[in-house]
Design a protein around this ligand. Structure first.
Ligand SMILES: Cc1cn([C@H]2C[C@H](O)[C@@H](COP(=O)(O)OP(=O)(O)O[C@H]3O[C@@H](C)C(=O)[C@@H](O)[C@H]3O)O2)c(=O)[nH]c1=O
Length: 191
């Protein structure tokens, strides 16, 4: 089975659902999830600066993160396991400002998403997972920020039923203390 790169636009400008190059034979498989040239041919400039990986247990929520300044476009793929991934448009000039889109990303599907600058990103882990990030901007701790995952204004429909309910959500102390969307808007007025 050979699957070429494919790029699908979404309703949020700059947010793409991408199928990696993937080939299988009797030895196993080969996956290429980034090619500067293939991306360029599809009108996407994504110059890699940093690559990192996180592992998470079922029930973990890492969300909703962004950099206020020097925002990071990031290519996100679930390498193993299963996550429900969410992107929220925080660009004040965007026609889809405040809109969120959710994606089921699974390790055995070889798909990924390109999160554009100006969007918050996060996910709920439905099965123990490894997630990879390929960022086109560096990490700057001083600009690292976020909004509460279950913010009432954003009304994201997290599939918490799949982890046995909201009581099973596992958050970092940092993510428990994130601001609401309302406070983010009062303070910064968007990205
Ligand atoms: C994100 C990041 C964190 N760190 C450090 C800070 C801290 O000591 C440790 C863990 O950081 P965090 O708790 O912020 O990690 P985490 O909650 O996994 O943050 C990530 O969440 C997802 C949803 C994203 O979209 C990522 O861009 C990133 O924000 O790693 C870096 O050195 N470089 C980085 O690029």
């Amino acid at each position: 089975m050979v699957q070429q790169f494919s790029f699908k636009e979404t309703q949020i400008q700059g947010l793409f659902a991408i199928m990696s190059f993937h080939a299988e034979d009797l030895r196993g498989s080969f996956t290429k999830d980034y090619s500067k040239e293939a991306f360029k041919q599809n009108g996407i400039q994504h110059d890699l600066q940093e690559v990192f990986y996180t592992t998470s247990s079922k029930g973990v929520v890492r969300a909703l993160h962004f950099q206020r300044v020097k925002q990071q476009p990031k290519l996100v793929r679930c390498i193993s396991g299963h996550v429900y991934d969410v992107v929220v448009d925080l660009r004040k000039e965007s026609p889809t400002f405040k809109k969120w889109i959710g994606f089921d990303l699974k390790g055995n599907k070889y798909d990924e998403i390109l999160v554009p600058a100006g969007c918050a990103h996060g996910y709920l882990v439905l099965e123990k997972s490894v997630v990879s990030y390929k960022c086109a901007e560096n990490f700057y701790g001083e600009f690292d920020d976020g909004i509460l995952w279950d913010d009432k204004d954003l009304q994201i429909e997290w599939p918490v039923g799949k982890i046995g309910g909201i009581d099973n959500v596992i958050l970092s102390d940092k993510d428990k203390r994130l601001q609401s969307f309302g406070n983010f808007m009062k303070k910064y007025g968007g990205l």
